[in-house]
Design a protein around this ligand. Structure first.
Ligand code: NAP
Length: 306
């Protein structure tokens, strides 16, 4: 039978890296798994300007720093994607894509989410060149400019409310006439003078050679085409949580994220912890994932070192 670890950490974004560092310091036995590159979504952030101690830094550079700091402390990453996580008799079993099996007393899930794409040409290419998924992180780059937000959910509505305080004119484009998000947010958005709501429209083209210079939208009922001269585009059409590998009943909500205990970061399953973007919480920031990691490890240490 394979070795029984104190903890397995799944995902080496800021939260997972921090968790591994804390476990290392606490001298617990652990493994950290990453299916892609360390640093998670930080790698696709054009610029980060709210990380403590660093005035401004581009995302990939910060991701590299976080990774370097962790490896300097002795953290070792297994580059294996998780395919299945189960729990039986208080022991978790993780199977990875190369059919390796690992067992542990506790697990921290830090696997984050991926942005749902609309599926347009240039959607990936122009990330950081006019396309952004976070108004809190990137909104100030578009100060005084005209931008478009795509989506009809709560995220699109909330980001619209924030972004409208910074930009000149904001087009909110949604594919249906009814919004999926809360009525009170829709009402609030409708009252913002520099927001123009365009429904039912689909964005069918992004214009520009090397950055966003405009978009073409098509009316879903009449087929009418409109060109909007915007320099910023926020496609906020949902997130896909990386939780498909979790085969344990009762810990995930309908959308595939984890409700957690706000003090311990434990999920509804004993000794299964979730941190950062994969939690049900909606504010997604690097430092939040790191605080989650510290709190989760604190709980694990107090339980295992009894
Ligand atoms: P969401 O609620 O799933 O909304 C996604 C929106 O994008 C929907 O309006 C959807 O249109 C649209 N969409 C999806 N695919 C599209 C495509 N290919 N092209 C164009 N439009 C597309 O996602 P979210 O806004 O990211 O919110 C995620 C979760 O967080 C939700 O459960 C939400 O309620 C929650 N949330 C809550 C709060 C809060 O204050 N409590 C704040 C933010 C988020 P359709 O409506 O036509 O499907």
């Amino acid at each position: 039978m394979s070795e029984l670890y104190d903890c397995l950490v799944i995902g080496a974004g800021p939260g997972g890296l921090r968790a591994a560092r804390e476990l290392q310091k606490a001298r617990l036995s652990y493994l950290l798994f990453e299916k892609d590159v360390p640093g998670g979504k930080v790698n696709i952030a054009p610029e980060v300007d709210n990380y403590p101690g660093i005035k401004k830094i581009n995302g990939p550079e910060l991701a590299m720093k976080l990774y370097d700091d962790a490896t300097l402390e002795g953290v070792d990453i297994r580059f294996e994607g998780a395919t299945s996580l189960t729990k039986e008799d208080d022991i978790f079993t993780l199977v990875t894509e190369n059919d390796k099996t690992y067992r542990a007393k506790t697990v921290i899930i830090a696997s984050g989410t991926v942005n749902r794409l609309i599926g347009l040409d240039k959607e990936k290419e122009f990330l950081g060149h006019g396309i952004s998924y976070c108004s809190l992180c990137d909104g100030h780059f578009f100060k005084g400019e005209d931008v478009a937000v795509i989506g009809g959910g709560n995220v699109a509505l909330k980001e619209t409310i924030h972004l409208a305080t910074l930009v000149n004119h904001l087009y909110l484009i949604h594919r249906r006439n009814e919004f999926r998000g809360f009525d009170y947010l829709v009402k609030e958005v409708k009252e913002i003078p520099n927001v123009e709501i365009l429904t039912p429209y689909n964005c069918i083209e992004i214009l520009g050679e090397s950055e966003v210079e405009g978009i073409v939208i098509k009316n879903a009922e009449t087929g009418e085409l409109k060109t909007l001269n915007v320099s910023g585009l926020f496609p906020l059409v949902g997130q896909i949580p990386n939780s498909q590998f979790v085969k344990i009943d009762g810990c995930l909500n309908e959308s595939g994220t984890f409700p957690i205990d706000e003090k311990t970061r434990e999920t509804k399953v004993a000794n299964l912890f979730a941190i950062g973007d994969i939690t049900e919480r909606l504010t997604r920031q690097i430092y939040i994932a790191e605080i989650d990691a510290t709190e989760a490890v604190k709980t694990i240490v107090s339980r295992l070192k009894k």
